[in-house]
Design a protein. Structure first.
Length: 138
């Protein structure tokens, strides 16, 4: 697969899957053995990935991931996202506040045979916690 093809896959993945968490789309976009690196942890498997996406959607009502920048090279695609949503579920031990949040995120995807086989993601956790009032603003 070319870098251009991988970019198109990640664009569709963001637009169609991250907004819905649809299990049928997960089968199209995610390898059954996908490895997710996030928050100092490594998680494995499509079902686990689906659980993470569902938890995000439950925590942040009206969750939207907007691509701000995307760069591809070979089997890798790097994306800078803006995440927006309304805090309706517990997040990092913080009970729902009803507050709107906006956060920056970066994700690095590795693809093989048209599917994502690995993701390394970094979300601005401190920024979110500050917006929820659980940490002093800088």
């Amino acid at each position: 697969m070319t870098a251009e093809t991988n970019t198109l896959i990640i664009e569709r993945f963001t637009r169609e899957f991250l907004t819905t968490g649809d299990a049928a789309l997960a089968e199209e976009f995610l390898s059954p053995d996908i490895v997710l690196h996030f928050a100092g942890q490594q998680q494995r498997g499509r079902d686990r990935y689906l659980a993470v996406v569902a938890a995000n959607a439950d925590t942040f009502e009206d969750l939207v991931w907007t691509v701000e920048e995307m760069v591809a090279d070979g089997d890798a695609v790097a994306v800078r996202y803006t995440m927006t949503g309304t805090h309706r579920g517990e997040f990092a031990g913080i009970p729902p506040t009803g507050k709107a949040v906006v956060a920056q995120s970066m994700a690095f995807y590795r693809l093989a045979d048209g599917q994502i086989v690995e993701e390394r993601a970094q979300l601005d956790m401190l920024g979110i916690v500050q917006q929820l009032g659980a940490a002093p603003a800088a």
